[in-house]
Design a protein around this ligand. Structure first.
Ligand SMILES: Nc1ncnc2c1ncn2[C@@H]1O[C@H](COP(=O)(O)OP(=O)(O)OP(=O)(O)O)[C@@H](O)[C@H]1O
Ligand SMILES: [Mg+2]
Length: 261
């Protein structure tokens, strides 16, 4: 039996197909301007990788900010429950999840069976989200994927005081003009983002082990900064791309619904 999960996020759309309890295929595309179109394209990509067609999927669940615009989904689920379920599935000892996506960040406390106990999210301010890194990478003339390696070379990391992404961009330029190195600035940016997300996580009293999900989890500089700021053990998703967590949670929900019927 095959099941499908589709997460249409603000920056990227993701699809995961499972064959009972094994991941058969996955796909990730930039969201672009049409959630309907990208949902179809990302699911088609995953279907062709798995060598099956849409009719072979017993059940499909959609999630993400564009979940209402996924024409082929049989049901919708919140991102909170999908990220929680995916984190628990990959790391059953997980007691919390921190998801940092393109436009929001979420902190979720989990029960021992993967249920959501409490959560908090920030979708009001870009400075605690992946968008912050995108803007700063552009300001520094670096590709997003180079931030981690650049931050690793820091000798004395900068401390950024601006709470707002626009002011932080100005602060970065001032720091460079004052002679601070790009690695020191990048390490400072990682800690600035970590500080904002840590405040969210403390607000719900997260406990270790904490699984980090979302595209920003691919940047180990933010991962380490968050772990250090929280003073808690952060773990990566075992064997799964953390950016696929929402779609993975959705497909696990699809299987759960099908088994209930
Ligand atoms: N290789 C990478 N290194 C560092 N950061 C990355 C990398 N790839 C993606 N990102 C970050 O991941 C973010 C997108 O993550 P994700 O795909 O989880 O967001 P989303 O689900 O579309 O957004 P949201 O959940 O907020 O609607 C980008 O904003 C970027 O900052
Ligand atoms: Mg997301």
């Amino acid at each position: 039996m095959f099941y499908g999960g589709c997460d249409v996020g603000s920056r990227t759309a993701k699809a995961v197909i499972i064959n009972e309890d094994k991941i058969a295929s996955s796909a990730l595309l930039d969201t672009g301007s049409s959630p309907e179109v990208v949902a179809g394209n990302v699911m088609d990509t995953a279907l062709s990788e798995a060598g099956i067609c849409m009719e072979d999927l017993s059940r499909i669940v959609g999630t993400g900010y564009g979940r209402r615009r996924i024409p082929f989904a049989h049901a919708m689920e919140s991102e909170i429950s999908c990220h929680g379920l995916a984190a628990w599935w990959s790391n059953p000892s997980a007691r919390a999840v921190i998801d940092i996506g393109g436009q929001d960040a979420k902190a979720i406390r989990l029960s021992p069976d993967g249920g959501v106990i409490r959560y908090m999210y920030n979708d009001k301010c870009a400075s605690g989200t992946g968008r912050f890194l995108e803007i700063m990478a552009e300001a520094l003339g670096l590709p997003l994927s180079a931030l981690e390696e650049t931050g690793d070379k820091a000798v004395k990391r900068c401390v950024l005081s601006s709470q707002c992404v626009i002011f932080a961009e100005t602060e970065v330029i001032s720091l460079l003009n004052a002679g601070r190195s790009i690695p020191d600035v990048v390490a400072g940016l990682h800690f600035a983002l970590a500080g904002r997300v840590a405040a969210l996580a403390r607000g719900i009293g997260v406990e270790a082990p904490v699984v980090m999900t979302g595209g920003v989890a691919k940047n180990k500089g933010v991962f380490k900064a968050l772990s250090e700021t929280l003073g808690l053990e952060l773990v990566s998703m075992s064997g799964v791309d953390p950016q696929l967590a929402g779609a993975l949670g959705a497909v696990l929900k699809a299987r759960e619904y099908a088994n209930r019927c």
